[in-house]
Design a protein around this ligand. Structure first.
Ligand SMILES: NC(=O)c1ccc[n+]([C@@H]2O[C@H](COP(=O)([O-])OP(=O)(O)OC[C@H]3O[C@@H](n4cnc5c(N)ncnc54)[C@H](OP(=O)(O)O)[C@@H]3O)[C@@H](O)[C@H]2O)c1
Length: 271
């Protein structure tokens, strides 16, 4: 199993879900983990767990939707710990429902957190990554970045933006001769963290366990893979979309339950 000694890693939204799991697993594999969360209590709890298990971690508050605070967080981190060599942009939100029935502010917040916050964090830490001997940028997108997601249109759109951004940056690193900066885009289907509570999972795409996804991400990172897609079956979506006539693809998406999966979404807030 690849170790991550000598890596100082910032993870956004690491107080819960796969962010927390990645923090624990990276620390167990030798990394110094900077656990960031909106609520400091959540970050501290994760750090305590990691330290109890013998790992090295530190808690910081970071709300990625407060764009102006991100560079200040970076400066504070530099002062207290030093530069980083890995950034995992994991923080994310979703608001499902019929498009016009969901408050506009919620749609805009989705972009603020999932796309703008991710880009602002990357911008703040890019110099660190470029200066490190071996660096990694990991952007958590979604399998919904390959397909339309009815009742989750702005979530899908925010993740399409992440894929376009992440893939462009990966190629830019190669063009600029910065091969040591690896960029991995992560596209999982539904994961049982509560974020998509209530959804009806599509055929061939069972609810993934957070543990499986976190392991798969870290294995992909260790191998320097451009994409981590879970379940592997989801890789066929791009191919099918490319070769099938649009009307036939629409039918496939409908009959496999992809297009209707979000209809019953409740999410964390709705019990
Ligand atoms: N669950 C899925 O089915 C699924 C599928 C594909 C992709 N993803 C993506 O995977 C990532 C992790 O999601 P998850 O499944 O682990 O769900 P989760 O348990 O809800 O984790 C999301 C994390 O993001 C944090 N967050 C939300 N808004 C934030 C903000 N403004 N600033 C900083 N942190 C913020 C949350 O903090 P609070 O606890 O304070 O809200 C939480 O820790 C997300 O990017 C999500 O879009 C999830």
């Amino acid at each position: 199993m690849t170790r991550f000694d000598n890596h100082r890693v910032v993870i956004t939204g690491a107080g819960a879900g796969i962010g927390r799991l990645m923090a624990e697993k990276l620390a167990a594999r030798g990394a110094e983990v900077i656990v960031t969360a909106r609520r400091i209590a959540a970050a501290r709890e994760v750090v305590e767990c990691i330290r109890n298990a013998g790992g090295n971690a530190h808690a910081y508050t970071l709300d990625v939707s407060k764009i102006a605070t991100i560079a200040r967080f970076r400066d504070k981190l530099h002062e207290e710990r030093g530069p980083i060599s890995m950034l995992i942009n994991n923080a994310g939100v979703v608001f499902g429902g019929e498009f016009e029935q969901v408050d506009l502010q919620r749609h805009l917040d989705t972009f603020k957190v999932n796309s703008e916050g991710l880009m602002a964090c990357t911008h703040a830490f890019m110099d660190d990554l470029i200066a490190a001997p071996r660096a990694h940028l990991v952007n958590i997108a979604s399998a919904s970045a390959f397909i339309g997601l009815p009742y989750g249109s702005t979530y899908a759109a925010s993740k399409w933006a992440v894929v376009g951004f992440s893939e462009s940056l990966r190629l830019e690193m190669l063009e600029r001769g910065l091969k040591q900066v690896k960029v991995t885009t992560v596209c999982p289907s539904y994961i049982a963290t509560g974020m998509f509570k209530g959804v009806k999972t599509p055929l061939f795409s069972p609810m993934l366990t957070p543990n499986r996804v976190a392991d798969s991400i870290l294995n992909g990172v260790a191998k320097g893979e451009a994409f981590v897609i879970e379940p592997p079956m989801a890789r066929s979506v791009e191919l099918l979309k490319g070769v099938l006539p649009r009307k036939l693809w629409d039918q496939v998406a409908r009959r496999t339950g992809v297009s209707t999966s979000m209809y019953s979404w409740k999410g964390k807030d709705k019990g």
